[in-house]
Structures are given as structure tokens and as C-alpha cells.
Design a protein around this ligand. Structure first.
Ligand SMILES: Cc1ncc(C[n+]2csc(CCOP(=O)(O)OP(=O)(O)O)c2C)c(N)n1
Ligand SMILES: [Mg+2]
Length: 390
């Protein structure tokens, strides 16, 4: 089955093939949809250069992508066959057929399942980055969102928390100028001056080396404990929003035509041809090779097993844990006291427990005193964390 990431070294010609593989997968899914063999499609056409980020990551790093990130997913190591299984909602897909197409996930590659509510991955991504920091590792998290999604409250909350805790996280804002049919220029936080100019980097995201260079600085910064970066990528959505949309209804045809000249695949192919690393013939041969690979994977995936109704609850829950009464004293006590003692026992037994919230610290320990005494007794400073962990 087709996976093209042979090693972690970035090579333009190999990367061109990866972007073409992503594009062809999108094209194939569009055709299958028109043949009524699929139910929904969301394409990453125009966003493929983001895949360059994967070359900066280690296995222990995490990705919180969104639905435009097919190129990034392929570069991370997901195969076209796996994406095809997801497209057909097959039993063997990463979600066991529970997720929509384009809602990537991979336990093996630390890819957290895409949230359908836009921006919904930002806070869990911070949680993962915080856990990495508390564990004292030098892993990093990459979280991607769209330009319209950057107006979600979660994004601002996540950015504030990432800055506060100096988290090893990189937010990638894929600015394709539209949220479905709505132009986002007027609403984009950068255009409103909400972010200090020193807190983000703007990059032409049509060129993989730009993504790679900005990403490298951000990943090194995060790995060395110097905190988060926000990368604002200027890109194009070359397709309609999804298979339920037709962008010709709200975009000028000249505008659509003009975008094709900034197509990242076209730009890289032209560059490689000019550099003598590719010819028109070898480009055509590459296209045929990629088409063939994608064809085979989708044909094979189409024949794979469908989900079984009886297995619908499989993987929805972890192993059952037998509930035990907390080892606190017996006899009469108030509810507040029993909760407080339970927390005490938990903190004594598990150094990984983190209390997170407002008004939980001593001397008050909450309006009802539920956490009273805990911060004084268990105050722990995680390595490199600015604020105490209680
Ligand atoms: C919270 C929420 N509101 C609305 C939607 C419906 N919706 C899905 S995608 C989308 C547009 C997102 O645009 P953008 O963030 O710019 O990403 P793009 O699709 O352009 O890559 C909207 C409004 C949603 N999924 N979640
Ligand atoms: Mg957009």
C-alpha cells in the first residue's frame, strides 16, 4: 500500500510525489462521491505543503489536525489505504467506521481525532502539551486550525493557556481566506491587531520549504522549553469547501482561475523542472504512478469489511474498573470533609494527579473548603513550570 515517507529527511522531489498523492486521493474521493460510492468528501487541495511539518516531528510528538490536512497526514505516515478505509467508513479504519471522511486519527502516529466542531482540538492539544511538560519530556504538539475557526473561543483560550504555561505547542493557522462561503478578511484576529506582531510568524504556505523553515524554528523553540508559536499560513483552498458546496456560487471565476497559478504542486513542479531535477515527461510519469497507487488503494479499501452492528460499542469505553470505596475513615463526617479526604488520599497515591481551576488554592480552598489544605500539603512544582501545580 502506498506510503511515501521513506525516512525523515526532506527531499523536494519525494515531497512533490507526496503532495501529488494527497491531491490524487482527493480527486479520487470526488469521483467516487459522484459515483455514489461515498457519502461526503472534504478535500485538502491547496493545503498540501503543510506536510513538510511532519519532517520535523518525532514519533513521540502529537498532532491535532483538522480536516484539510490530508497532505500532513500522509507525511506523518498514514497511508492512502488507511485514508481510503476512512472514506468508505470501513470496519478496519482508525475509527472503526465511526468518523466522517477527513476526520483523521491514528493511535500509531499520535494523531488525535479531528473534532467536527471547528477549533475543538485546541484545548485538548494544550492538555497534551501540558502533560508533556509536566512529565518533563521534550516532545511537542502541533495543532492546526482554519482561519474562520481562529475566531472560536477555544482558540483564544488555548493560546492564552499556552503562553501562560510556556507550552511546547505550535498552532498552525491555515488561512485560505474563507469559512465555507464567508470571506474572513474582516474577522481574522491578525487583521484586527489582536495579536502582538512578535507573537506570530506569517508564512507563504504554498511553498513547502517556507513551512519547513518556520516550522523548524517553532519546533526547536517548543522542544527547548521556550514556549508556543503561532504560524499564520497564507494559502488557498483550491476546491469547494466540501462535497456539499460549490464555490463557483460565491467566488469569481477569475479568482478561482487565478488560484490555480499559485497551486503548490504546480509551483514545486515548475521549480524542479527549472532546476533540472524533473522533466515534463518524468512529471507525467509521476502523475501516472501516483494515480495507479491511489486507484489500487481505493479499489482494495472498497472491498474491505464494513462495520458490524454488534460491535458498535467496541472501543467506546476503557476496561471496566471495579469501584472501591476511598480509603478514608468511617463514621460520621460531612460530605465536604469526605470529598476533601478522598482528594487527599488520591494525591498521596498518585503523583500524576493535577488540580486545575480557580479558587481551589489555600488559604481558602474553595467556597466550601472542598480543596482546603491540599495546595499547602501537596504543592508540587513540575520541572520548568512557571506556576505551581497543586
Ligand atoms: C463550532 C462550529 N461551527 C460551525 C461549524 C460548521 N463549519 C464547518 S467547517 C466551517 C468553516 C471553517 O472554516 P475555516 O476554519 O476557515 O476552515 P476551512 O474550511 O476554510 O479550511 C464551518 C462554519 C462547525 N463545524 N463547528
Ligand atoms: Mg478557511
Amino acid at each position: 500500500m502506498a506510503t511515501l515517507q521513506s525516512n525523515n529527511v526532506f527531499n523536494k522531489l519525494e515531497f512533490l510525489k507526496l503532495m501529488m498523492l494527497s491531491r490524487e486521493g482527493d480527486r479520487r474521493e470526488g469521483i467516487l462521491l459522484r459515483q455514489s460510492k461515498g457519502w461526503f468528501q472534504v478535500s485538502g487541495m491547496g493545503h498540501e505543503a503543510l506536510g513538510a511539518l511532519a519532517y520535523l516531528l518525532r514519533e513521540d510528538d502529537y498532532l491535532y489536525p483538522y480536516y484539510r490536512d490530508r497532505g500532513l497526514m500522509l507525511a506523518r505516515g498514514l497511508s492512502t489505504y488507511e485514508l481510503a478505509l476512512a472514506y468508505f467508513a470501513k470496519r478496519g479504519s482508525s475509527s472503526g467506521g465511526r468518523q466522517m471522511p477527513g476526520h483523521y486519527s491514528s493511535r500509531k502516529h499520535n494523531v488525535f481525532s479531528v473534532c467536527t466542531p471547528t477549533g475543538g482540538g485546541c484545548l485538548p492539544a494544550c492538555g497534551t502539551a501540558w502533560a508533556m511538560k509536566l512529565d518533563g519530556t521534550d516532545s511537542v504538539v502541533i495543532c492546526t486550525i482554519g482561519d474562520a475557526a481562529s475566531r472560536q473561543g477555544e482558540f483564544f483560550e488555548a493560546w492564552a493557556f499556552a503562553v501562560q504555561e510556556n507550552l511546547p505547542i505550535i498552532f498552525i493557522l491555515e488561512d485560505n481566506k474563507y469559512g465555507i462561503s464567508t470571506p474572513t478578511e474582516k474577522f481574522l484576529p491578525f487583521h484586527l491587531g489582536i495579536f502582538d506582531e512578535n507573537s506570530y510568524v506569517k508564512v507563504d504556505g504554498r511553498k513547502p520549504e517556507n513551512v519547513l523553515n518556520a516550522g523548524e524554528i517553532a519546533v526547536n523553540k517548543a522542544r527547548s522549553g521556550q514556549g508556543p508559536t503561532l504560524i499564520w499560513l497564507d494559502i488557498d483552498r483550491l476546491s469547494s469547501h466540501t462535497s456539499s458546496d460549490d464555490h463557483r456560487v460565491y467566488r469569481d471565476l477569475e479568482d478561482i482561475e487565478e488560484m490555480q497559478h499559485r497551486d503548490p504542486i504546480r509551483l514545486l513542479a515548475e521549480e524542479l523542472i527549472a532546476a533540472g531535477q524533473l522533466t515534463q515527461e518524468s512529471f507525467k510519469a509521476l502523475q501516472e504512478e501516483v494515480q495507479d497507487l491511489v486507484d489500487k488503494d481505493y479499489l482494495a479499501a472498497e472491498k474491505a469489511d464494513d462495520p458490524i452492528a454488534e460491535e458498535v460499542m467496541r472501543d467506546c469505553w476503557g476496561a471496566e474498573v471495579v469501584a472501591e470505596a476511598p480509603p478514608i475513615g468511617t463514621g460520621r463526617m460531612t460530605m465536604v470533609s469526605s470529598i476533601n479526604q478522598t482528594f487527599q488520599k488520591a494525591l498521596e497515591n498518585d503523583p500524576k494527579i493535577v488540580f486545575f481551576g480557580e479558587d481551589i488554592e489555600d488559604p481558602k480552598g474553595g467556597v466550601f473548603g472542598i480543596t482546603k489544605g491540599l495546595s499547602e500539603q501537596f504543592l508540587r512544582l513540575a520541572p520548568g513550570v512557571r506556576t505551581p501545580v497543586h
